[in-house]
Design a protein around this ligand. Structure first.
Ligand code: ZN
Length: 340
């Protein structure tokens, strides 16, 4: 079993002067425990499931090394994929080449290295029984921050509202950490925006400070900060054999060429006459638009006309990636149909 090293009450002076030094000092998956005012409860913050998503690590390092108040309850900061993040160039790999995405490993089988690491985190959760868990990520592309949860209720609403005003509620079950909400602890994913954007790091830090300092997380908020909630998105998946490009015009050797500014549509609405890119017959055959049961609804969401790709209805697209590798190994984007 891959271990997660536990470091109780780490002194600020021993954690390095920046996030890279911090990760080098830790060296392997680690859980840093900060004692709070109420030891009878604890909260988990997990980050770096993906090695190229630094905002959570930056926020945790900043919080642990700056003067701070004692948190309301014990706080467990768990930094996961340190080895992948430290592969050069730093923070460039989502996962080890040829290996599973760690955030798809929180269900059986647990038999490879990624599964073992996921199981080690599940063991910590079972042992310490946190009252909540927040998992901090960055989006693959640019775009605003949002939360993701498998339920929409007071608890998940409250956790996401600490970080952002957008919530995606999904019934997709992929083996992600947030699916713990099904059976155990209220868990949300926070996607802080692009990995290179300083604002993403600030969103992670500000949210973390609220998360650790509130005595009660799940009471009704004083001010109503209504969440923009998107229910049950579908995934736009691509056949890995396709050649994908992003360009200002059709690229002859690509099966699917997305417009180069496609990321600008993140969380905006696109109507059925907005071109999304260019597609060949082979490219069109290689697109799947799947719901949580894996059923393909491509023709309800997309259409093609004269070699161009359009929405088939008014859509809201999000988590759009402009990285062709991620587009093929994970998905191109998520979508919901707009009402009306
Ligand atoms: Zn991620």
């Amino acid at each position: 079993m891959t271990a997660i090293a536990i470091w109780y009450d780490p002194p600020a002076g021993e954690l390095g002067s920046n996030e890279l030094e911090f990760l080098r000092i830790l060296g392997a998956p680690s859980c840093l425990v900060v004692p709070g005012l109420d030891h009878s409860r604890c909260r988990f913050i997990v980050t770096l499931l993906h090695g190229n998503e630094p905002s959570g690590t930056i926020a945790v390092h900043r919080w642990l090394t700056q003067p701070r108040d004692v948190p309301a309850v014990d706080v467990y900061c768990i930094i996961m994929n340190i080895e992948v993040a430290l592969a050069k160039p730093y923070f460039s790999l989502r996962q080890r080449p040829g290996r599973r995405d760690l955030n798809r490993c929180f269900r059986e089988p647990f038999d490879d290295a990624e599964g073992q690491l996921a199981a080690a985190l599940l063991n910590l959760i079972h042992r310490y029984k946190p009252e909540s868990l927040v998992d901090i990520h960055n989006t693959s592309g640019m775009g605003p921050a949002f939360g993701v949860a498998v339920f929409y209720d007071r608890q998940h609403d409250a956790l996401v509202s600490l970080f952002t005003e957008r919530l995606v509620v999904t019934d997709l079950r992929l083996g992600a950490l947030m699916e713990l909400s099904d059976s155990e602890v209220p868990t949300v994913t926070v996607e802080c925006g692009g990995s290179q954007d300083p604002e993403s790091h600030q969103i992670a830090y500000d949210g973390l400070q609220r998360y650790v300092s509130l005595p009660q997380l799940f009471v009704a908020p004083d001010s109503d900060w209504p969440l923009d909630v998107l229910h049950h998105p579908v995934r736009l998946e691509l056949d890995p054999a396709l050649v994908i490009a992003y360009a200002e015009q059709s690229t002859v050797d690509a099966d699917l060429c997305m417009r180069v500014d496609i990321e600008h549509f993140n969380f905006g609405e696109v109507c059925s006459d907005t071109p999304l890119g260019w597609v060949t017959a082979r490219g069109w055959q290689g697109i799947r638009v799947v719901d949580s049961r894996g059923d393909n609804y491509r023709d309800k969401y997309l259409r093609h006309e004269s070699g161009q790709l359009f929405p088939a209805a008014r859509l809201k697209l999000f988590m759009i990636t402009s990285n062709p590798t991620i587009a093929k190994s994970d998905c191109l984007c998520y979508a919901v149909r707009c009402a009306g």
